[in-house]
Every structure is written in structure tokens, then in C-alpha cells.
Design a protein around this ligand. Sequence first.
Ligand SMILES: CCCCC/C=C\C/C=C\C/C=C\C/C=C\CCCC(=O)SCCNC(=O)CCNC(=O)[C@H](O)C(C)(C)COP(=O)(O)OP(=O)(O)OC[C@H]1O[C@@H](n2cnc3c(N)ncnc32)[C@H](O)[C@@H]1OP(=O)(O)O
Length: 164
Amino acid sequence: MITPREHVERTPIGDGVRLCASCIPRGRCRLGISGLGLDAEGVARFRLVCDAGHEGGPGVAHGGWTASVLDEMLGSVALLHKRLTVTKSLTVEFLRPVPIDQPLLGRSWNDRIEGRHWHNVGEVTLAATGALLGRATGVFSERDPDHFQRHKDWLATQIGKAAD
Ligand SMILES: CCCCC/C=C\C/C=C\C/C=C\C/C=C\CCCC(=O)SCCNC(=O)CCNC(=O)[C@H](O)C(C)(C)COP(=O)(O)OP(=O)(O)OC[C@H]1O[C@@H](n2cnc3c(N)ncnc32)[C@H](O)[C@@H]1OP(=O)(O)O
């Protein structure tokens, strides 16, 4: 079985972020995230733009976009340390409307690790002024790469049960 590090290293990067399966063919994150790497304090930094494809209210991002980018940014913290985690819980605060087509900045970092659980934090700000628009806390559960095969096996059992 491959190690989590090998699994992470085999996943393609686009604009500085490890790409999820659906974005690998396009070569960039569909949410408009580019990664700037870890700074000296171990904080992951990102450039973000919410394009009109994610417009909710007039001129502002759908809340699902904001929650998704925070999930992605907090989920990237362990990836940047070559560890594999999935979101166990995510709490999002929508502090101000997020404008579309405006440069935004994202930051995410680890607060503490308890066993296999990474407690991560992150925020989205307006690049022009640093105004805080949204923030999140989340717990990310460290997994082995067999997580996805386990899911397939579990699903096959469930579907089998439904057919009985
Ligand atoms: C998009 C995912 C990417 C993940 C990384 C993949 C590749 C890396 C490379 C590039 C990716 C690029 C970017 C990614 C960056 C950020 C992505 C954002 C992160 C996400 O957006 S990620 C998707 C959303 N998040 C989930 O989708 C989690 C669903 N939630 C669970 O999976 C469990 O809830 C879990 C693991 C959280 C529990 O955590 P835990 O610490 O409590 O773990 P525990 O082992 O105790 O399991 C407790 C119970 O879950 C069962 N269980 C565990 N694993 C299972 C499996 N594989 N199949 C079937 N059942 C499973 C056990 O059997 C037990 O069941 P029971 O209670 O009945 O005994």
C-alpha cells in the first residue's frame, strides 16, 4: 500500500494547490484558489477570486463558495505537511458579504493536533484593505490512502443491502 506522503506527492498541483479529482483535467482549482505556500510561521497563504459563476446575491459570493474555499484552505494545511486528512467538521462564520471578481486573500493554519485530529483555522480577507470577510474552524481526520477504497467497499455493501 502506498503511504500518505506518496499519495499526496502523486496528486497534481495547479497554481500552487494540490488539485481535487474533478479539477485535475482543467489543471487549476475551479473555486479560483491559487496557493502561495507556507510562510515562516507555518501559515498557508492563498490568493482567491470568486468569479461570477459563484454569484449568489447580486455582486456577492454564494455562501457555498465561501464555505468551500475555507474547507479547501483548512484541508490544505495537512497536505502541505504531506499528510492526508478529510474534513470531520467545519464551522463557518460569514462576517461580511464576499464581493465577486475582487482580489481576496486566504490564510489557514493548524491550532493543535490531538491524536489523528488536526484542529485547523482559516480566514478570508479583502486583499485591498485586509477587511475580514469570513473565517472557519474545523477538525480534519488523518487517513491512510485506503480511505477511498474503504468507501467504495462500504458503498458496495450498502447498495447490495438496498437490492435485497
Ligand atoms: C476532497 C478530499 C480530498 C482528501 C485528500 C485526498 C487527496 C489528497 C490530494 C489532493 C486533494 C486536493 C486538495 C484537498 C484539499 C482539501 C480538501 C478539503 C477536505 C474535504 O473536503 S474532505 C471531504 C469531506 N469529508 C468527508 O468526506 C469525510 C466523511 N466522513 C468520514 O469519512 C468519517 O466520518 C471520518 C473519517 C471524518 C471520521 O473520522 P474519525 O476520526 O472519527 O475516524 P474513525 O476511523 O473513528 O471513523 C468513524 C466512523 O467513520 C467510518 N469510516 C471512516 N472512514 C470510512 C471510509 N473510508 N468509508 C466508510 N466509512 C468510514 C468508520 O468505520 C467509523 O464508523 P462507525 O462509527 O460506524 O464505526
